[in-house]
Write a protein that binds this ligand. Sequence first.
Ligand code: ATP
Ligand code: MG
Ligand code: FE
Length: 333
Amino acid sequence: SIILAIESSCDETSAAIVKDGQVISNIITTQSVHEQYGGVVPELASRAHLQQIVPVVDAAIQKAGISKKDITAVAFTQAPGLIGSLLVGACFAKGFAQALNIPLIAVHHMQAHVLAHFIEDPKPAFPFLCLTVSGGHTQIVLCHSHLEMEILGETLDDAAGEAFDKIAKMLQLPYPGGPLVDKHAAKGNPEKFPFPIPDIKEFDFSFSGIKTAVLYFLQKQQKTDPDFIQNNIDDICASVQHTIIKALMKKFEKAAKAYKITHVGIAGGVSANSGLRKALQEYGVKNKWNVYLPKFEYCTDNAAMIGITAYYKMMKEQFADMSVVPSARTQWT
Ligand code: ATP
Ligand code: MG
Ligand code: FE
């Protein structure tokens, strides 16, 4: 099989070619238009996808060294995401499938983030426990097989990536701030400014409290030192990152123990965070886990993960109808 996969759920336009379960091209373009607004502007995202989709798909096909008529199925992100952004990918995929008379595969974006672990070797064994940490979600996912997944816990308010980005904004860092917090944190002291770790039931998370705690802390410090942020940026970032990672790992370890799982991994944009990657490895040594870390290219949004998910769906003949429509929010599977 040769699958053309399209991802357009947020502010990345991406296309990939997956041949017999192997990613042979993966083109990702990130929209820079949002930077000046400090966050993604949905209408601008949709328009930028419209401009990018054809060149990005062309580039993926070219890089793969195939021609359009070799493609045997078209996959796209159906949900969740910004509706205007999803529509661009969905309409393009439908048109492409209809023109070439090939089947259509609808993919759930959060399931795809988890299955990014199956792009390259070594691939996790089942049962596999995945901590998905992205811009819109924070989930502990128990995978029984490639397509049978169970959400054990999730955030009750903000996502981990959202907390990184919102706190970065308070620190006057440009959007998206997560990677910049990571950079500053590497040079700072994580114990310098202690912030409280929320105590939430079971395997669920909460990040809005940390956000508020940082806001009040900064306001208080700036009363006596107007340059507090500039003078302490590395230590603030290190302390914030340390707190978010501790909150994540506390619940993840609890879930792994409760379900006696030894194959564990992280996924989603925040899984690119160097502190979180290091923490997972340290917890892995302590708990004798087999730890899986996705390549950076497959952490944030990309079409390769959509293509690999489509590959597993295709093997189970899970095709979509031409009547399929994208959805901003959907429960998966
Ligand atoms: P979702 O997948 O929930 O729909 P999304 O697709 O917008 O959301 P991703 O592209 O998976 O999210 O991840 C983007 C998020 O990852 C942003 O919040 C960004 O700040 C964060 N992120 C990326 N790299 C890092 C890093 N090194 N450290 C911390 N956060 C990071
Ligand atoms: Mg993005
Ligand atoms: Fe995502």
